[in-house]
Design a protein around this ligand. Structure first.
Ligand code: ADP
Ligand code: MG
Length: 419
């Protein structure tokens, strides 16, 4: 009952075993525990899960968590159960019998958290269950899936606004790691969270060094970078096409690097094997299309290299963000050429997207190109795109370390020395 509910700090310590909140976590958790609505933006690894898991344990009733991927749900539920929390999930991976057991537990008030796929949540059966259960809050994870401009669009997310209409007294928290201000407002509008308090965490990843260089001979430039800065390290090399992935992986292997390919054209088995080797062996270089990365939690990725230009700064931020999750120094290295831009523009024009969407995508590509050509601090520019101000140049990107005015001379000197 309400009187014996623990405080957020107690839950953090006793259930999760953490001594203190991460930046912003404490504020979000108190706000939601007190029944407020929240829209939370925090980078990947920032600790978004606790922002709803702690209030779920503080408030009476069951928290309903909407999550787009079965694998993500299962990971979280398993971790919660190991910590002694009453958590379960409902998704298409369960048998009818297993589902019924979870539904009964919900109705008996035995669950602190129930993870649910969005399409499941919207069924009449689930709606009637929710009306009979005591709901503590709704958490909508990966909330950018509601954005039609984003690459993870999930149509079912659009209907989640009805949760508020059906259950106006239940607080809601939406969380995401990717959103420029346009996307953020779209999320708020579509989920009916216009009045929710916004919590915007810092997106800075100070241990990542950003470097962007004009492309002349991409592979040789890559190898120089690897030799100079990352011999023996694990990392990801992103290429635009499957063919370029295969060719680059083979080229690196021929030259003695421990490189493997990953793209949607390989068999599921081959992808699984390569992914497993990347995660468990030391120093594997994964050469991949953007099909690789989501949900991969490898803390010691030391570099992310782009041989081709990403489509947007959101994509660039998300992909480079896979480097250095352990907080140790890591590199985000990229070569870009105007041919990349021409190619991406052409792919966009030939796509089936609406005119409005094409216009937005073109703007995103322009912003990406402007970032590459910029001569100010990369980190200031990248964070500014996410509406964050970094007061001083960072001192840990190419434009800070090797200012552009002296760049040509430095590069010439470097070339002369290496001859
Ligand atoms: P996100 O969803 O924002 O990507 P997660 O919720 O998965 O991030 O958390 C990332 C990692 O940070 C997890 O391993 C989690 O246990 C850890 N973590 C979160 N909050 C804290 C905290 N207050 N103290 C220590 N570790 C934390
Ligand atoms: Mg998360």
């Amino acid at each position: 009952d309400a009187i014996s509910q623990p405080s957020p700090t107690q839950v953090l310590r006793d259930v999760f075993g953490f001594a203190s909140f991460r930046p912003l976590q404490g504020e979000v958790i108190h706000h939601v525990s007190d029944g407020g609505d929240a829209l939370v933006l925090m980078p990947t690894g920032g600790g978004k899960s606790l922002c709803f898991q702690v209030p779920a344990l503080v408030r009476a009733g069951t928290a309903i968590v909407v999550s787009p991927l079965i694998a993500l749900m299962q990971d979280q539920v398993q971790a919660l159960v190991q910590s002694g929390v009453q958590a379960a999930c409902l998704n298409s991976a369960l048998t009818a019998e297993e589902s019924r057991a979870v539904e009964q537990a919900l109705l008996r008030g035995e669950l602190d958290l129930l993870y649910c796929a969005p399409e499941r949540l919207l069924t009449p059966r689930m709606q009637s269950l929710l009306e009979r259960a005591q709901i503590s809050l709704f958490a909508i994870d990966e909330a950018h899936c509601v954005s039609q401009w984003g690459h993870d669009f999930r149509p079912e997310y659009l209907q989640l606004s009805m949760l508020h209409e059906r259950f106006p007294a239940v607080p809601r928290i939406a969380l995401t790691a990717t959103a420029d201000d346009r996307t953020r407002e779209e999320i708020a509008a579509r989920l009916g969270l216009a009045d929710a308090r916004r919590f915007i965490g810092s997106f800075d990843r100070p241990n990542i060094r950003y470097t962007v260089t004009p492309k002349n001979n991409a592979r040789q430039q890559l190898e120089q970078f690897l030799r100079r800065e990352h011999p023996g390290d694990a990392g990801i090399v992103y290429c635009l096409s499957r063919r370029r992935v295969d060719e680059t992986a083979e080229w690196l292997r021929e030259r003695g690097w421990n490189a493997l390919p990953y793209h949607a054209g390989l068999s599921a088995e081959q992808r699984q094997t390569n992914q497993q080797r990347f995660i468990s062996d030391d120093g594997v270089i994964m050469v991949a299309t953007i099909a690789f990365g989501m949900g991969i939690d490898k803390p010691d990725v030391r570099f992310v290299a782009h041989l081709d230009l990403p489509r947007s700064l959101e994509a660039y931020y998300q992909e480079t963000g896979r480097a250095g999750r352990d907080g140790l120094p890591a590199s985000a290295w990229m070569v870009y050429g105007h041919q990349d831009v021409a190619m991406l523009r052409q792919l966009l024009e030939e796509s089936a997207a609406s005119d409005e969407r094409k216009r937005v995508e073109r703007q995103k590509l322009e912003a990406m190109l402007a970032f590459c050509e910029g001569t100010v601090c990369r980190r200031q520019r990248l964070l500014a795109y996410f509406d964050e101000t970094l007061p001083e140049p960072c001192g840990n990107c190419d434009t800070c370390l090797w200012p552009p005015t002296t760049w040509d001379a430095t590069e010439a000197a470097r070339m002369a020395l290496s001859c």
